[in-house]
Design a protein around this ligand. Structure first.
Ligand code: UTP
Length: 287
């Protein structure tokens, strides 16, 4: 079965980015001139997704506005003959079919995904976290979909993380199948390094069979009083095989301040119009 639907949860509070996120979603933080969420939606589209479900919450209105028509702005750009900008603005609102569902309270990633149950309608689907940008010619989600096509099983994207950072990830234990694929044996939410089964962490991209939803429903509140996706994955692996895929690409967790700054620098250096001036500026800091 083709994977055409993607859930993009954006209902988190983004406390690591306060005070900016007091009134603005962290997913709308710009990487120069394009918000983080635009990059995520582009990845979904380039992976073959044509139906996106955003899980939103309070203070996330600007995400809906961003992907909607902007008649006054379009009129203004037309009058001023700013055709390039007009096209950019119009293209955004016609990118893809987007639906919005509210998560009443940010009760965790598992709960956010469950909110989309009716729309998913018993089909396999992708999940892309709204604050992770992954740069690669073959998009990360596409890599997972390719693995799903091969095995017909849920596949989660993983990468090696520094041992001292295991406490920020769902950490897997897996049986290596080839150089980039593991059969999932276990996954532990945010373990301290001494309890971590490996240093291979799940990042913000997944492809699931629809059975994950029933598994999330069966979980009870986990770490931090939240309904954890990790607990749902643990239950699913008792019923079906799950794969962990070491994706190819450069990932930026833009919900983290250091990673956000790194993303801006790298995108500026990859931009022909900006790179000269940015390089000159950065030279001043070389020690
Ligand atoms: P994070 O844990 O990174 O987001 O969740 P957060 O809670 O907003 O961040 P901090 O730690 O307070 O800074 C990963 C993704 O899951 C979404 C977030 O919006 C983010 O895209 N999420 C998280 C939800 O949609 N609902 C939730 O209940 C929790």
């Amino acid at each position: 079965m083709e994977i055409k639907k993607a859930v993009i949860p954006v209902a988190g509070l983004g406390t690591r980015f306060l005070p900016a996120t007091k009134s603005m979603p962290k997913e709308m933080l710009p990487i120069i001139d394009k918000p983080v969420i635009h990059h995520v939606v582009e990845e979904a589209i380039e992976s073959g997704i044509d139906d996106i479900i955003f899980i939103t919450g309070r203070s996330k209105r600007s995400i809906e506005d961003y992907f909607d028509d902007a008649p006054e702005l379009e009129m203004h750009l037309k009058e001023k003959n700013k055709d390039n900008l007009l096209k950019i603005v119009q293209d955004i609102s016609s990118m893809v079919d987007i639906h919005y569902i509210r998560q009443k309270e940010p009760r965790g990633l598992g709960d956010a995904i469950l909110t989309a149950e009716k729309h998913i309608n018993d089909e396999p689907f992708a999940v892309l976290l709204g604050d992770d940008i992954i740069v690669n010619k073959t998009p990360c989600t596409k890599q997972l979909i390719n693995n799903f096509k091969k095995y017909g099983r849920s596949t989660i994207a993983v990468e090696e993380v520094p041992m001292e950072k295991t406490g920020s990830y769902g950490i897997i234990q897996g049986k290596p199948m080839d150089e980039s694929l593991y059969l999932l044996e276990d996954i532990v939410e945010k373990p301290e390094p001494e309890n971590a089964p490996s240093n291979i962490g799940a990042i913000g991209r997944y492809v699931f069979t629809p059975e994950i939803l029933d598994c999330i429903k069966k979980t009870t509140t986990g770490i931090g009083g939240e309904i954890q996706l990790t607990d749902g994955i643990r239950l699913l692996k008792e019923e079906q095989q799950i794969y962990a895929y070491k994706f190819t690409g450069e990932r930026y967790d833009t919900g983290d301040k250091v990673e956000y700054v790194k993303a801006i620098i790298d995108f500026a250096l990859a931009n022909e119009d900006m790179k000269g001036q940015i390089k000159d500026h950065l030279k001043g800091f070389c020690i």
